[in-house]
Design a protein around this ligand. Sequence first.
Ligand code: FE2
Ligand code: FE2
Length: 190
Amino acid sequence: MKEKLKSMLTEKRYIHSLGVADAAARLAGRYGVDLEQAYTAGLVHDAAKNLPLEEALEACSRLGVQPDEFELKNPALIHAALGAEYITEQFGITDREIKNAVRYHTTGRAGMSMLERIVYLADMIEANRSFDGVIQLRTLSEIDIDAACITAANMAIRRIIEKNQLIHPNTLYARNDLLLKRAKQKQNEN
Ligand SMILES: [Fe+2]
Ligand SMILES: [Fe+2]
């Protein structure tokens, strides 16, 4: 699988993918998710990332993936929805949870599974990433995965606003859902 993936990606993207697989497996150990499932999801999460746009759109119609209007306006997002089907075609991966983790790794969504949260975060905190706050985000992700996801979503939203790009609604749904969940947990504790 690694050899094939390597041939599909740029070197930089392949190294990033190995980093995400490692980070995902580490978080899986921390949060009680199957290590191999998390490693595999991390490894293939960007499998469709380096397809030229024309090929990506072709693959979308071949695999029955319909990019939404936000993905069409920001084609960098297409690789996630496409990736979920592309990994089935290219690697025979049919595990629904892995497919959803790939599908929502960029935007997140409301009601993310633990594996989805793990891959979402691993994508941001893997060892090759460097941005302001990455070290704190790594630490937080070991302590409280939901708080880390909220911080990650806040960072992503700020970055999107700075670039004056569209915010995918799923990113807002993901953040609101996690904030509401935490508010309810706090209420129950009192
Ligand atoms: Fe990605
Ligand atoms: Fe990635």
